[in-house]
Design a protein around this ligand. Structure first.
Ligand SMILES: [Zn+2]
Length: 115
C-alpha cells in the first residue's frame, strides 16, 4: 500500500511553504511512484534541471512534477514559461505528474500522470 505521508525530515532549514513542499514531494515521488510507461523505478534528476524532475531508470521516460495544495483547476502554474515551451518543443518532451496535497496534514491527496 502506498504511503501518502510526506516526510518532513529534510525541510527544517527551509522557510517558505513552496520550498518545503517541493523538497517533500520530490523526495516522496520516487519512493512511492513508478514509471507510468513501464513500471520501473524513477530517479530524481540533478537539482535545478529545467523542466525535468525524474527519469525512469529503465526506459528513460522523463517526468515533470506539478504539485498543488488542494484540487487542480483547469490551469497549472508554471515557473518558467520560456523554458517550458522550449522543452515541450523538443522531441523528448516530459510527461507530467500532477500531485495535490494537504499542507495542514502533510499528505498526498491525489497523484496522477498526464501528457
Ligand atoms: Zn519507464
Amino acid at each position: 500500500m502506498r504511503n501518502l505521508c510526506l516526510d518532513q525530515t529534510e525541510i527544517s532549514h527551509f522557510t517558505s511553504k513552496s520550498q518545503k513542499i517541493r523538497v517533500m514531494s520530490e523526495s516522496w515521488t520516487p519512493t512511492e511512484i513508478v514509471c507510468a510507461a513501464c513500471g520501473s523505478q524513477l530517479q530524481r534528476s540533478v537539482a535545478n534541471s529545467k523542466v525535468l524532475d525524474f527519469r525512469c531508470v529503465n526506459c528513460t521516460a522523463e517526468y515533470e512534477l506539478k504539485s498543488k495544495s488542494g484540487k487542480f483547476t483547469k490551469k497549472v502554474t508554471d515557473g518558467g514559461y520560456s523554458a517550458m515551451m522550449t522543452r515541450l518543443a523538443e522531441s523528448n518532451s516530459p510527461h507530467f505528474f500532477f500531485m495535490s496535497y494537504d499542507m495542514a496534514r502533510l499528505y498526498s491527496e491525489r497523484f496522477f500522470p498526464g501528457t
